[in-house]
Design a protein around this ligand. Sequence first.
Ligand SMILES: *[C@@H]1O[C@H](CO)[C@@H](O)[C@H](O)[C@H]1NC(C)=O
Ligand SMILES: *[C@@H]1O[C@H](CO)[C@@H](O)[C@H](O)[C@H]1NC(C)=O
Ligand SMILES: *[C@@H]1O[C@H](CO)[C@@H](O)[C@H](O)[C@H]1NC(C)=O
Length: 471
Amino acid sequence: MKLNLLSIASLGAALVASEVYFEETFSAPESIKAWKKSETKDNIGSIKLSPGEWFSDEKNSIGLQISEDARFYNYAAELTKPFDSKNKDIVVQFSVKYEQQIDCGGAYLKLLPVGADLKKFDGDSPYTIMFGPDFCGSDSKIHAILNYNKENVQIKKTPTPVKDELTHLYTFWIKADKTFEIRLDNKTIKNGTIEDEWPVFPPKEIPDEDDKKPEDWEDSPTIDDPEDKKPEGYDDITEEIADPKAEKPSDWDDEMDGDWEAPMIPNPEYKGKWAAKKIPNPKYKGKWSPKNIPNPKYKSDDNLAIYNIGAIGIDVWTVKSGTIFDNILITDDIKYAESFAKKTFTEFVQKEIDAQKLLIEKEKKDEKEKEKLDQDKEALEQELDFDLDNDSKDTKESKDTKESKDTKDTKESKDTKESKDTKDTKESKDTKDTKESKDTKDTKESKDTKESKDTKDTEESNDEDDSKDEL
Ligand SMILES: *[C@@H]1O[C@H](CO)[C@@H](O)[C@H](O)[C@H]1NC(C)=O
Ligand SMILES: *[C@@H]1O[C@H](CO)[C@@H](O)[C@H](O)[C@H]1NC(C)=O
Ligand SMILES: *[C@@H]1O[C@H](CO)[C@@H](O)[C@H](O)[C@H]1NC(C)=O
């Protein structure tokens, strides 16, 4: 039995010893060995000890990390000693860091009954309590499932976890008086009685079927205003009238076509069916519903949420790996859990926020540096290109790809003119020059395709496109 002197001291006169059934901070390298891999599948993802890629404090932040993408994880560890929760509180507490920006993956724990075969632990294995966060797309919840009469019963309204890359602390406190609290980062986010929040028993009360709505029950919130009277002659205004503008066609033959009648058109005077103005009903009593009576089928059960717990299991699926479980605690004393949380979690909250801020700033800085490097590289390439052009006498005027074509044209026409006026020896030299310059151009052109685009962008001074190109 592990006595917690701190809680004994703090409780003073009422000497109550807290018991710890499982406590794991993963600070010892061999701690991971306690977690046995299930033999039910071949491809269960691997686990390791890691503080993650970033952390507040390397030693404290080391936890159990699930380290392969798109895998099932089935691992379980025995409690230090079995936990019979009769007349005791149960406190399950642990932290989770989803540093990988979770898209879909759970990070909940299952408490397994005494005698559970850990080698066969998988999603179908019976458990007593399942607790912890689960994210999938827009669906975020903290599971709080209690086994009752061999059924796994989820809390009626699951609390919502925080979706970020920071470590969060989850505490489920099931009290001996059958009330409970769920805490997130040491703040109570849900409390009440177990039987109110979990649909484990038939309802305590049901509507009385013999209760009937009284004849004189006024359930209409408004009535017709008795003062409002229909105006004289209102009903004489018809919905349609004969079109006064219509004229009998000149070729109308009364004998052949019958009596001519003007076509009907909507009456502009018509105001619809008359209805009295509505006023609030002074006798309104609200919506009627039958009164509740005790449910004869209701039956509570002292064994609700009393468990004999022997082990703790991880049975999750994840798309992206990286989730870190840490500071797992099973105890019967919330005070002990609070002091444990203070040592292992609260003291590191701000440090972790700072570490994350630093990381984000570093990433931003690295990105900026990379951007600058790319820009410098490009500038250098352009300069180099420019020098090359300057060195080559034949393309002396060429400043960029766009101009190189013109240069070549100019040179060619010059060469042509020259070749006409010169001897054979010079002609052969010029032919060689022309070929050379063409080769240079071909090589340069393929290399410069990107550059010429960049040059164009620069000319248009379109900075946005530039940075897009670099990306
Ligand atoms: C839940 O918390 C509220 C506010 O702290 C408290 O008034 C209430 O008694 C609690 N309910 C139970 C069942 O513990
Ligand atoms: C955690 O919450 C409890 C109860 O709300 C409080 O007494 C305790 O001081 C808190 N601990 C820390 C470290 O914030
Ligand atoms: C071309 O190179 C020469 C000699 O290296 C240099 O003096 C000249 O300034 C350069 N021309 C241009 C336009 O940079």
